[in-house]
Design a protein around this ligand. Structure first.
Ligand SMILES: Nc1ncnc2c1ncn2[C@@H]1O[C@H](COP(=O)(O)OP(=O)(O)OP(=O)(O)O)[C@@H](O)[C@H]1O
Ligand SMILES: [Mg+2]
Length: 295
């Protein structure tokens, strides 16, 4: 896979090194900030965690520095999916026992992961101050990465809405199930009305074929166009593939375990497209991310 610069342009490794060297020499080396992209859904079990792990892995393979933030705070399972057993997680940061940088663990392909805890109910009901503190701390780390992917919980809880509203770009995942489509619509509606999010990317997972995925996206875009003041960019699809479940059981990312499988090829295409895409402005007015605004 090719290398990308921070704007997503494809460049050679030598070009990338020369560019960095030039910037350091001329003093132009400002700290570039990572793109922060949330992967979210209305309905649970649509494949968010697998998408984040595999797209993150594929981005790393292409030379991007990727951090995954497991924002499914009460039921985080990204570490389990990747076969990791982190000693510390976000609950230790919230309790003031660890710094955010101290809980980061390495996953396959040099992926970096911020693990959530599992089974701590209080974490699903963070106070506005706690949420703001997490993002202030995350903000400090942004210059170390090219892309931060946020794996949110499903639904419309205040945590989910906050993490989406805090991200620079929002990717909504749906499957062809009607309930997944209606729940995605509900999530976008709330984000649009309550948080002024106006642009979403859509990813269709577990479709039988590309036609079914296209139909799902057309259906959702039509309804959203009619009843919501938002724009939806159909970003791509991942077809249903038994290798994904095998990977989950073996606690390995399918992109590493079976790189030529249908799903792995889809994940690689998505990663490629994401790295090339321009960062999306989600909100109706262009304004910088100020976490305090959206508590
Ligand atoms: N493209 C795919 N083909 C086949 N199975 C898939 C695919 N994507 C995901 N799955 C399966 O769907 C199930 C749910 O996946 P995952 O845990 O990633 O969903 P999620 O949206 O993160 O769930 P939750 O909302 O609970 O966090 C897993 O068993 C996974 O193996
Ligand atoms: Mg998940």
């Amino acid at each position: 896979m090719p290398n990308f610069d921070n704007t997503g342009r494809i460049i050679s490794l030598n070009q990338k090194r020369r560019q960095k060297h030039f910037m350091i020499k001329t003093g132009e080396m400002r700290q570039p900030q990572a793109r922060v992209i949330s992967i979210t859904s209305g309905k649970g079990g649509v494949g968010k965690t697998n998408i984040v792990a595999n797209v993150g892995y594929a981005l790393c393979k292409a030379g991007q520095r990727v951090l995954i933030f497991d924002a499914d705070l009460g039921l985080g399972n990204l570490d389990v999916l990747l076969g990791l057993t982190p000693r510390y997680n976000l609950s230790h940061v919230i309790a003031g026992k660890k710094k955010l940088s101290e809980i980061i663990v390495s996953g396959p392909g040099h992926l970096k992961i911020l693990p959530a805890s599992s089974g701590i109910q209080e974490l699903t009901r963070l106070t506005p101050t706690q949420k703001m503190e997490i993002f202030n701390k995350l903000n400090v780390l942004l210059s170390d990465y090219d892309i931060v992917l946020i794996d949110t919980a499903a639904g419309i809880s205040s945590n989910v809405l906050y993490f989406n509203a805090s991200a620079g770009e929002i990717m909504v995942v749906v499957t062809p199930e009607p309930t997944s489509i209606t729940d995605a619509y509900a999530l976008m509606k709330i984000l649009s009305v309550k948080y002024r999010e106006k642009h979403f990317r859509l990813l269709v997972n577990m479709a039988k074929n590309t036609k079914e995925a296209d139909d799902v996206s057309r259906q959702l875009c039509l309804v959203a166009d009619r009843f919501l003041d938002v724009s939806i960019e159909y970003f791509g699809s991942v077809l249903v593939d038994g290798n994904v479940k095998t990977g989950v059981r073996q606690q390995k990312v399918v992109s590493e375990m079976a790189p030529m499988s249908q799903a792995s090829r889809n994940f690689a295409e998505l990663a490629h497209k994401l790295a090339r895409s321009q960062p999306m402005i989600c909100r109706s007015e262009h304004r910088p991310l100020i976490w305090q605004d959206i508590v």
